[in-house]
Ligand binder design. Sequence first.
Ligand code: NAD
Ligand code: ZN
Length: 342
Amino acid sequence: MRTLAKTKAEKGIWMDEQEIPTPGHNDVLIKIHKTAICGTDIHIYNWDEWSQKTIPLGMTVGHEFAGEIVALGQEVQGLKIGDRVSGEGHVVCGHCRNCRAGRRHLCRNTLGVGVNRPGCFAEYLCIPAANVFPLPHDISDDMAAIFDPYGNAVHTALQWDMVGEDVLVTGAGPIGIMAAAVARHAGARHVVITDVNEYRLDLARQMGVTRAVNVTEQKLEDVMAELGMTEGFDVGLEMSGNGMAFSQMLKLMNHGGKVSILGIPSADTTIDWNQVIFKMLTLKGIYGREMFETWYKMGSMLQSGLNLEPIITHRFPVDQFEEAFEIMASGRSGKIVLDWTV
Ligand code: NAD
Ligand code: ZN
């Protein structure tokens, strides 16, 4: 089968040929229809310091997918050949304390699809049946292909009560924009999103945020004054990984504010702890998605009218993968979907 793999220790990704995997007793074999490119895939594409330490050469990359089950291990129950599925890219151990308590997103032995084990940029993907999410019929393959990052957005946003709250999202990457849309759908009053990239701020504007603010051009304090916000943000969603954005968020939170942090800082970040202590802020780190509570919320929010269509800005047949990766790396895109059926 064709795969996109990291076959050389340099910038790039290459089309490779590999054997179709045989599912073990508890696995499913999925024929891939659509995949999407994640920021992690761009780190691997660029062969940055993290990927040089983490990715074994030859690794098939990718973890955002939609497809259909074509083979099942003999122990698998509740799924059948022909089921349309997406799935969790975090493969958990099943025997640590958190796994045994049903808190699989907190497994300390998590392995990443397309990072530590073969990924979904391939004609076929083999994963444990427990990682599969069967798709409601009214959710398209394109939308299902971005369920993994949409899940990060939902997991981060739905940590807190949103109804009537004023929400600050720092970072209008694909996940930040989706989190802003989720906050709005869940009943927030004002949703303000920031970035330094005009292309992405424009994309956020199309998705119904209250304000999309370029922090190199406009002061957030001025935007808050325009909106009649006299106290501060109630909820903060950190989606940039940028230390300055995070510090500014802490400064603009109201007393008792809640902040969930998904963005991964590239370097040590210093914050003003006085903001946290004297305002009694709650800070929570977010990793992955809850299996599978987040996934159920994702499906039902789309079915109850959340429209994420504009976040998919580009679609390519898989043989145009080089162009797709270059556009994703440029920052002038939302999500990019690759079609493996052509
Ligand atoms: P992304 O890199 O596409 O988006 C980050 C955005 O932040 C970019 O648009 C960038 O221009 C913007 N930004 C940079 N400086 C800024 C500033 N000073 N103020 C406001 N915005 C600024 O990333 P993404 O794919 O949308 O993911 C969001 C973040 O979440 C990334 O840091 C990513 O590494 C992280 N992530 C974490 C998890 C997890 O499980 N914790 C999973 C997926 C992604
Ligand atoms: Zn575990």
